[in-house]
Design a binder for this molecule. Structure first.
Ligand code: GLC
Length: 418
C-alpha cells in the first residue's frame, strides 16, 4: 500500500492530461515593442477562436533566434509549434525536413509576393512558410543637417556620402563630440554579410555569379570592401567599434539620439525614429542606398517568415494561428504599428499604406537581392563574416581577405555538392 500516492500521481498524469502541454506555442524574437504587438495579437486570436497561444520570447539577433529554434527541432520537441524564421535560414530548415507543408491547411498563399514565396517558402513543390514581413536595406539621413550645410539632396554615390559625412561630422563635432557621419552594421554576424552584399552589389559585384559560381574575390568586391574599411579606419566617419559591436540596434541608437548623419538600417528603424519623444522625429528622410560610380543601388533582401514545425502536436491550431497572423488585418496592423513591410501584396493597397513610405519604396523591396538560397548558406555566411570583419578591422587587406574567403567557400561547395 506504500505505492498508493505514486499510483494516484500516475493516474492523474495519464487521465487528466496533466503533463500534457495545453497551449499552442509561438516563438518570435525582437524588441519590447514587437513583443507588445504579438501579445495583443495573441489576445485577439484567443477571443476569436478560443485557442490559447503561449509566446516564447527570443532574442533580437538572428543567430540567437536560430540557435534556439534549431536546438528544439533537432531534439524533435513538440514546442515551438509556430516559428518566425529569418529568410536566411529557411533553406536549411526545409532541407532538414523540419517544416510542415502548409498546402493542406486551407491557407490562401496567393495573396503573398509570389517571387518571395517561390524563392524562400517553396520546397519540393510544397509551401513551407509565408513572408510575415519583407526587409530591405535603406539609407536614413538627417534632412535638417543636409539643409543646414547646403546639400539639397541625399547622396547618390558612396563617394558623395563620404564627402558629406566628413564635412558635416567635422562641423557638428564642435558642439557634439559623439557625432558620427555614417553608422552601419559591421559586427561579426549575419548583418555584416547583408551590408557587404549591398556595398559589393552597388559596385557591380556580389557573392555568386548568375550561374552560381562564387565570385567573392572580384575587383568590384575588393574596391567595395576597401571603401567599408576606409569609412572606419581612414575617413573615420564610422565609429571604431563598427567591427566589434555595431548591429541593427546599436546603429539605431546612435542615429536615434541625434548622433549620426547617415545610417544604413532596415525599415523597422524608421518606425522607431518617428515615435513620440524621439529626438529625430520628423528630422530624417529615407531613401535608397548609394552606389559606386559604375554601379547601381542595391538592397539586400531580408525578412521574417512564419512556419509550422514538423514535430508540432497541434498542427491544426498552428495552421489557424498562421492564417490569422498572415491575414490582411493583422498584416496591416503590423505595418502601421511596427513599420514592417507586409508580405501580402493586397495590404499595400489599403489607405494607411498607400500614402506612406511603403508605397514610395515598394520598388526597392521588389528589386532587393537575396543571399544565396542554398541549404548550406550558414557555412558560407560564417566564412564571409570572419573575413569581412577581419578586413574592416584593418587586420588584413580586402584583397587577401576575399581571396581566402573565396577559397574556403569553394571548398564548402565541393563538400556539399559532391
Ligand atoms: C534582419 C533581416 C534578416 C537578416 C538580419 C541580419 O532581421 O530581416 O533577413 O538576416 O537582419 O541581422
Amino acid at each position: 500500500m506504500k505505492n498508493i500516492p505514486l499510483l494516484i500521481i500516475i493516474y492523474l498524469l495519464i487521465f487528466t492530461g496533466c503533463g500534457q502541454k495545453n497551449n499552442l506555442s509561438f516563438i518570435v524574437g525582437g524588441t519590447a515593442k514587437t513583443f507588445a504587438f504579438w501579445e495583443k495579437t495573441i489576445k485577439d486570436f484567443k477571443e476569436e477562436t478560443g485557442i490559447d497561444v503561449r509566446m516564447i520570447r527570443s532574442a533580437t539577433q538572428t543567430e540567437m533566434r536560430k540557435q534556439q529554434i534549431f536546438i528544439a527541432l533537432r531534439g524533435r520537441k513538440a514546442d515551438p509549434d509556430v516559428m518566425v524564421m529569418d529568410i536566411a535560414w529557411i533553406g536549411q530548415l526545409s532541407a532538414s525536413g523540419w517544416l510542415e507543408s502548409l498546402n493542406n491547411y486551407d491557407i490562401d498563399t496567393s495573396a503573398f509576393f509570389s517571387n518571395i514565396v517561390n524563392l524562400a517558402d517553396t520546397y519540393n513543390n510544397q509551401i513551407i512558410g509565408l513572408p510575415l514581413f519583407i526587409d530591405a536595406g535603406l539609407l536614413y539621413y538627417r534632412k535638417d543637417l543636409l539643409e543646414k550645410y547646403g546639400y539639397p539632396d541625399p547622396p547618390k554615390t558612396w563617394g558623395r556620402l563620404s564627402e558629406m559625412a566628413l564635412h558635416i561630422q567635422k562641423e557638428e563635432r564642435r558642439n557634439n563630440p559623439d557625432f558620427w557621419g555614417f553608422v552601419w552594421q559591421g559586427a561579426q554576424y549575419e548583418g555584416l554579410v547583408c551590408n557587404a552584399l549591398e556595398f559589393f552589389g552597388s559596385a557591380g559585384g556580389g557573392f555568386f555569379s548568375n550561374d552560381n559560381i562564387p565570385i567573392v574575390d572580384s575587383d568590384e568586391n575588393i574596391q567595395a570592401l576597401q571603401f567599408m574599411a576606409n569609412c572606419i579606419n581612414k575617413e573615420k566617419i564610422s565609429p571604431p567599434n563598427t567591427y566589434t559591436d555595431m548591429k541593427e540596434e546599436e546603429a539605431r541608437f546612435i542615429f536615434h539620439n541625434g548622433n549620426a548623419l547617415f545610417q544604413r538600417n532596415w525599415p523597422y528603424a524608421g518606425n522607431r525614429h518617428n515615435e513620440e519623444g524621439s529626438p529625430v522625429k520628423g528630422l530624417f528622410g529615407i531613401t535608397v542606398l548609394p552606389h559606386f560610380p559604375e554601379g547601381k543601388s542595391v538592397s539586400t533582401l531580408g525578412g521574417w517568415h512564419v512556419g509550422i514545425s514538423r514535430h508540432s502536436d497541434r498542427k491544426k491550431d498552428a495552421a489557424a494561428f498562421v492564417k490569422y497572423i498572415t491575414s490582411h488585418e493583422v498584416q496591416k496592423d503590423m505595418a502601421v504599428e511596427l513599420g514592417l513591410n507586409p508580405g501580402r501584396v493586397d495590404v499595400y493597397e489599403s489607405e494607411e499604406l498607400k500614402s506612406g513610405f511603403f508605397g514610395a519604396l515598394k520598388e526597392v523591396f521588389l528589386a532587393a537581392v537575396p543571399r544565396p538560397t542554398v541549404p548550406y548558406y550558414a557555412q558560407i555566411s560564417l566564412v564571409l563574416q570572419k573575413y569581412l570583419n577581419d578586413a574592416i578591422a584593418g587586420n588584413q587587406s580586402p584583397g587577401k581577405a576575399l581571396k581566402k574567403a573565396q577559397g574556403e567557400i569553394k571548398e564548402i561547395i565541393k563538400t556539399y555538392e559532391k
